[in-house]
Design a protein around this ligand. Structure first.
Ligand code: WT7
Length: 654
């Protein structure tokens, strides 16, 4: 078993890293202090990192007051996102690679798309959109594989001021239709097929099914990815590649107001239909660009790889907008970490000499279970920094990532943020803030976190504090509203704790002022009157050598209120047994305390995950509650069959 005490320490970046870093400790302290003391001066200056067609005169006009939630940044400024991400680099970087595209199948050649090619392709798509009557403020839904055309289409929308809403290619036709209808999209851009992990999904086929539930005015532009056959509806479907080829290669960009909506991204709430998170133009771009440069310590000439899908905010901010606004080279990967083999991530890092690598703990854990030999095979000497996002990274995964991928020399930035925040809000700044494995560490510039008592809403004033994470002031990357439902926006984020933006996450602040995210408060369980973070129990479980992955939920318990139900995936080659179950119970008891001992442990060959890797706890809670008749929509799962196994072998039959 691994010695966890080694991970209790603090990890500063090497002197060599600090010497080259954009921001050192003193710089962080000074800039952070300035950013919260005088946000107008701070952001007024930081906003100069992007090009404005007409400069703003007002920096900040924001209110978290009940009944008047209003967020405006750089309000009277005019700019264009596509001009910032492409045109302004043309004098200095026309022939630099903007996007390295790595296809699903490593036998297919990668593509290196220069800024000049990016400009031309974006312009061609913009001209196609215009020809189809798309104008400023219109909504365009993208339902695409991870191919360069997805980036062209996003940038083409911003070029003409259209609002894009990217729907992850793993979503079902119903989910697609709901989003098209909710934002009243004029047009959908899709592809024939989406290859992923050696299999292919019929995106066009799914779109056809979705369109049955949408207005017949909605047009469909189809790009060719595999060239395999699809059906075709004359008059509704149009060939994007043919129209691009026929379109003019240049399209002027339009002036867009800083507060004009830039994109909508649908995200699930704890209840009801998905929420259409709205981001606007100026503040979002400033924040995405600044966080990309500072958090990842991105330097000119570096190759940056974020493994997310553009269907998620991570892909928006850190594959497309942040990197391209900074004139970076960004990697776009169509495949999965485990195909054709478990070394794919590292093979791609070596092949494209990646300098910053950004992925999710769930990916790390699944690769960890398959053995370090897959990493050791590849030359990872180009790596300078590693990133993590999506959930707290458990010490075991941190340690593996640090040792085998980072070779002990790459800072790991554990970036805490949300679809709603546009970019990182709590994160190590690598040259400035020593890491503590499992902590997202300190607030980014301009972010004012407060820990509130969950029940009373009292602000915890001591350095050491525990409660819910709220933010007391706005930042430029903050979402502005929910599409078509400002009232729901206020209810979802500002009604729980008046005067604050509520993240929905629990958190602890330690004696050094470091923040430790303890997970969504809806995942917090209450055992015998004690609050227990499911993430904490999971972290303990995966710290055991036999465990590859674990998910913990609460279930109704006669005596304790809630009991602890653990789904455990064992390492390859480890056999489940009652003896092992007892060992794991004792292990957790030992790691956290008797109160954390799982009441039920179910051996799970797999966990129900969305195709982006998020564990669907809603489903796990239902099964743990022995209430699996109403699991809701499971169509977005990466592998729906996992659920059947979990139901069949459920532990709580009371
Ligand atoms: C939720 C937001 C924003 C990128 C991906 C997810 C959890 C995210 C961390 C982290 C602990 C994290 C939170 C948050 N989360 N990053 N570094 N440490 N928790 O976006 O789908 O909007 O989910 O993910 O619970 O609220 P999202």
């Amino acid at each position: 078993m691994t010695d966890q005490s080694a991970l209790k320490s603090v990890y500063p970046a090497s002197a060599e890293f600090v010497a080259k870093a954009h921001v050192d400790a003193a710089g962080y302290e000074a800039r952070y202090a300035a950013s919260v003391k005088d946000p107008v001066a701070f952001w007024g200056e930081e906003a100069q990192r992007i090009d404005w067609i007409k400069p703003f005169t007002r920096v900040k006009d924001t209110s978290f007051a009940p009944g008047n939630i209003s967020i405006k940044w750089f309000e009277d400024g005019l700019l264009n996102v596509s001009a910032n991400c492409i045109d302004r680099h043309m004098l200095t970087r026309a022939n630099q690679t903007a996007i390295i595209w790595e296809p699903d199948d490593p036998k297919e050649p990668a593509q290196h798309i220069t800024y000049a090619q990016l400009l031309e392709n974006t312009c061609r798509v913009a001209n196609v959109l215009k020809a189809h009557g798309v104008t400023k403020g219109d909504r365009v839904v993208l339902y695409m594989p991870m191919i360069p055309e997805a980036a062209y289409a996003m940038l083409a929308c911003t070029r003409i001021g259209a609002i894009h809403s990217v729907v992850f290619g793993g979503f079902s036709p119903d989910a697609l239709a709901n989003r098209v209808n909710d934002c009243e999209a004029k047009l959908v851009i899709t592809a024939d097929w989406a290859p992923r992990g050696g299999k292919k999904t019929g995106l066009k086929d799914n779109t056809d099914k979705a369109m049955l539930h949408c207005s017949d005015k909605v047009k469909v532009l189809v790009t060719k990815r595999t060239g395999d056959q699809t059906s075709w509806v004359e008059g509704r479907d149009f060939d994007l590649n043919a129209e691009m080829a026929a379109a003019r290669p240049y399209c002027p960009y339009v002036e867009v107001g800083a507060e004009d909506p830039m994109f909508i991204l649908y995200t699930s709430g704890s209840t009801g239909k998905p929420k259409g998170v709205v981001h606007t133009t100026g503040g979002y771009l400033v924040f995405a660009s600044l966080t990309h440069q500072v958090t990842f310590d991105y330097h000119d000439g570096d190759v940056f790889w974020c493994t997310a899908d553009v269907g998620w905010v991570t892909g928006h901010s850190y594959i497309v907008y942040g990197p391209l606004a900074n004139g970076a080279t960004t990697v776009m990967f169509e495949g999965v970490p485990t195909w054709p083999d478990a070394g794919r991530f590292w093979e791609v890092c070596a092949k494209h000499k990646v300098n910053q690598f950004y992925t999710a703990p769930t990916a790390i854990r699944s690769l960890m279970g398959l053995g370090a030999e897959w990493v050791e095979k590849h030359d990872l000497s180009s790596l300078k920094l590693l990133g993590s996002v999506g959930e707290p990274i458990n010490p075991e995964a941190w340690s593996w990532y640090n040792t085998h991928v980072g070779k002990g020399k790459c800072p790991i930035v554990d970036t805490f943020w949300q679809t709603e925040t546009g970019g990182h809000i709590i994160t190590p700044i690598p040259g400035a803030i020593p890491q503590k494995p499992g902590s997202a560490t300190k607030p980014f510039f301009g972010i004012r976190p407060e820990v509130l008592d969950a029940a009373t809403g009292q602000v915890q004033t001591g350095t050491e504090a525990e409660g819910v994470l709220c933010l007391s002031d706005s930042w430029p990357g903050q979402m502005r509203t929910l599409w078509g439902d400002h009232q729901r926006f206020e209810e979802a984020y500002f009604s729980q704790y008046k005067g604050y933006y509520f993240t929905g996450d629990g958190c602890r602040r330690d004696a050094d002022g470091y923040y430790w995210i303890t997970g969504r408060v809806d995942d917090v369980i209450n055992v015998s009157g004690h609050r227990m973070g499911t993430a904490e129990v999971e972290s303990a479980l995966v710290a055991h050598d036999a465990v590859a992955e674990a998910a913990v939920v609460g279930y109704p318990h006669d005596i304790k209120g809630q009991g602890i139900y653990a789904y455990v995936t064992l390492m390859k080659g480890v056999e489940p047994s009652d003896d092992l179950r007892k060992k794991l119970e004792a292990w957790v008891r030992h790691e956290i305390g008797p109160i954390a001992k799982p009441d039920l442990i179910q051996w799970a060959p797999g966990l129900p995950k969305t195709r982006s890797g998020k564990i669907m706890r809603r489903i796990l809670r239902k099964i743990a509650e022995n209430d699996f008749g109403s699991l809701g929509d499971t169509s977005t799962l990466a592998d729906p069959a996992v659920v059947d196994d979990l139901i069949a072998n459920r532990m709580n039959r009371g």
